[in-house]
Design a protein around this ligand. Structure first.
Ligand code: PSZ
Length: 285
């Protein structure tokens, strides 16, 4: 497997990262995970746009163009022979002696990227999964896809220890999103999800799914709901780049709806699969 580190493609045993990298000290950087289907990037333009937006929000300059980073991703796919899987790419504020404020003089940002082989989670997509509620103790800029992930790490571990695949995060009982997913409930044919604010990451999969709802004439309310309302939804699902549209059949040990994947959820999964087939040629939604 080839890795991309700071301008060069290298093998794992030859790659070198500075101990002074600010990603290592402070989590001072941003990242993206981009899905690969049939050797092609899915919604790549949206992911690279978000990477540059995240960098802008933390006042960091990426020393490459979106096109150059897209080429890096494509080369990783080709060189490593990735058919289905994903690309991980991160950019940190560079390497400099440890001081909290930005380095002066500025140092170039460090880009690293690698590819991973992975199948779609088809079995869980059919069966559904269980999730656990965890208080959302993250910071107030969850709109930035930052490398600071302790809040998500602790939430995900708590969920795993309870035998769940994901944590459903809430602030004072209002559901925000998952540890690494966006949360959706369906009640009386209407899809509910948290609006785009500083409290959630605007997921690319979320955007694709909301677009599909529009095409399928499924009404959507981008409106926060409570944990109690979540328990009482007819259907529930979460979305992410790797989880796609994942049915939730149990929240905090309570059965959701009839305990099986919901029909509207299944319809969205089918539409999502068709979208993959249509759009894995190069970039846009
Ligand atoms: O492989 C994995 O577990 C992945 S790949 C991407 C994610 C997880 N999560 C992205 C994410 C997130 O970190 C938070 C806090 N909210 C929502 C999402 C979903 O974003 P998209 O749809 O862009 O992947």
């Amino acid at each position: 497997m080839l890795y991309f580190v700071d301008g060069k493609f290298t093998k794992q045993d030859e790659l070198c990262i500075s101990i002074d990298d600010r990603g290592y000290y402070f989590g001072d950087g941003v990242y993206e995970v981009i899905k690969v289907y049939g050797g092609e990037l899915f919604t790549a333009e949206e992911h690279f746009n978000r990477l540059f937006q995240s960098a802008l929000k933390i006042k960091m300059t990426i020393p490459y163009s979106e096109q150059q980073l897209m080429d890096v991703a494509r080369q990783l796919i080709d060189q490593n022979g990735i058919e289905d899987g994903h690309i991980y790419m991160q950019v940190t504020r560079g390497a400099a002696p440890r001081q909290h404020h930005f380095p002066t003089p500025a140092v170039p940002a460090v880009v690293t990227a690698y590819s991973v082989n992975g199948e779609r989670p088809l079995s869980n997509m059919e069966k559904g999964v269980a999730i656990k509620s965890v208080a959302d103790i993250r910071w107030l800029r969850c709109d930035i896809k930052s490398l600071n992930l302790l809040g998500s790490v602790l939430a995900k571990e708590e969920a795993r220890e309870a035998g769940c695949t994901e944590a459903i995060l809430h602030r004072d009982g209002l559901v925000t999103e998952g540890a690494s997913t966006n949360m959706f409930g369906v009640k009386n044919g209407v899809v509910y999800t948290h609006p785009v604010t500083n409290l959630i990451l605007e997921g690319i999969t979320r955007q694709v799914v909301l677009g599909l709802c529009q095409e399928l004439n499924i009404p959507v309310q981008e409106q926060a709901f409570t944990l109690a309302e979540a328990y009482a939804m007819d259907e529930f699902f979460y979305t992410s780049t790797t989880a796609e549209v994942m049915p939730v059949t149990e929240i905090d040990g309570r059965q959701v709806g009839d305990g099986k994947r919901g029909s509207l959820t299944e319809k969205l999964q089918q539409a999502f699969t068709e979208r993959i087939a249509k759009k894995t040629v190069k970039n846009t939604i």
